[in-house]
Design a protein around this ligand. Structure first.
Ligand SMILES: Nc1nc2c(ncn2[C@@H]2O[C@H](COP(=O)(O)OP(=O)(O)OP(=O)(O)O)[C@@H](O)[C@H]2O)c(=O)[nH]1
Ligand SMILES: [Mg+2]
Ligand SMILES: [Zn+2]
Length: 300
């Protein structure tokens, strides 16, 4: 590698171009070398060839420490074609954001992201937003938080539009690099703006993502004053697991696996068999979520 290569951090990707930050703090719009065998994503560490003027080219994508992956249905390749998609690289933690209502909280989505995050080597935290709509939810947020706390997921309930809500989440994330994911409209960008000071989308990122729209359309890296960063991801409608096995799922639902060891029958499916310890010990909504994910993995 010759001397004109410098390290960079991917801040945003769009239209075949990449917004990158150099070690000096300077930002560049880079293009991609033809020989790259994968696409860079936000959070990637890269080697850049600096060209004359403002130009730059990404020649190397460094190995990733962590990866948030999902399966994505490719419209153009027919109904059944699925391709793996990496949403963010090198995050320490995935923050799953779900609102109590508007849109309604969906445990299935939370569980899928949870499994993918653990598979990808990241910690998980849960932020339930729209505290002010608490009485409009399908189930009490305290029950949801308690269920996830039981499997080691720290969570909070906030109104992200209030200073108190922002402070609570700031305390939760600390100085980590956190990928922020959830259904569209749950308040991710509102939260990210509050945590980062609100006016950070400028320079190279602004050029690429054309922000200012209400709905986030491109993943964007934003520094926090605490020395960490947030990766604001576009809202997701669905999240299918990539490369996850039934054993991975059992790891993610450790409470169910533990209880299952006590079931009377060792092929117990935990749907009402006599002597089922899972039904007794674990929240039925959680068991249903597990069964749904398992069915998804084992179908063809
Ligand atoms: N009532 C209420 N509304 C909120 C709260 N947090 C955010 N909102 C509103 O919800 C709407 C969507 O918020 P965004 O921050 O754009 O949501 P997002 O998750 O970034 O959405 P996408 O970018 O589409 O994925 C906005 O009108 C917010 O003002 C909250 O705690 N309570
Ligand atoms: Mg957004
Ligand atoms: Zn059972």
């Amino acid at each position: 590698m010759n001397a004109t290569h410098v390290p960079g951090l991917v801040l945003a990707v769009g239209g075949g171009l990449v917004a990158v930050r150099l070690q000096s703090g300077e930002e560049r719009i880079a293009k991609l070398a033809g020989r790259l065998d994968r696409r860079p994503v936000v959070g990637d560490r890269v080697e850049l060839l600096l060209e004359a003027e403002e130009g730059a080219r990404i020649d190397v994508i460094e190995p990733r420490r962590t990866e948030l992956r999902r399966q994505r249905r490719m419209q153009s390749e027919g109904e059944r074609a699925m391709r793996e998609q990496v949403l963010a690289a090198n995050a320490d933690c995935v923050m799953i954001v779900a609102s109590i209502a508007d849109p309604p909280l969906r445990r299935g989505l939370i569980d899928r992201i949870l499994v993918a995050a653990w598979m990808g080597g990241m910690e998980v935290c849960l932020v339930i937003t729209k505290q002010d709509l608490a009485d409009r939810g399908d189930e009490p947020p305290a029950v949801v938080l308690a269920d996830y706390a039981a499997i080691g997921v720290r969570g909070v309930l906030v109104d992200v539009r209030t200073p108190a809500g922002t402070a609570t989440v700031r305390e939760l994330i600390g100085t980590r690099v956190v990928a922020v994911i959830g259904h569209s409209g749950v308040g991710k960008s509102t939260l990210v703006n509050a945590l980062t000071g609100g006016s950070q989308v400028t320079g190279a990122i602004h050029e690429l993502s054309g922000r200012g729209r209400h709905t986030t359309s491109t993943a964007v890296w934003l520094d926090t004053p605490e020395g960490g960063a947030l990766i604001d991801l576009p809202g997701i409608r669905s999240f299918s697991l990539a490369g996850v096995t039934a054993a991975d799922l059992a790891d993610a639902f450790g409470d169910i696996a533990d209880a299952a060891a006590q079931c009377r029958f060792n092929d117990c499916r935990h749907v009402g068999e006599a002597g089922c310890a899972v039904i007794e010990a674990v929240d039925p909504i959680r068991v249903a979520s597990y069964r749904k994910l398992l069915a998804e993995l084992t179908q063809d």
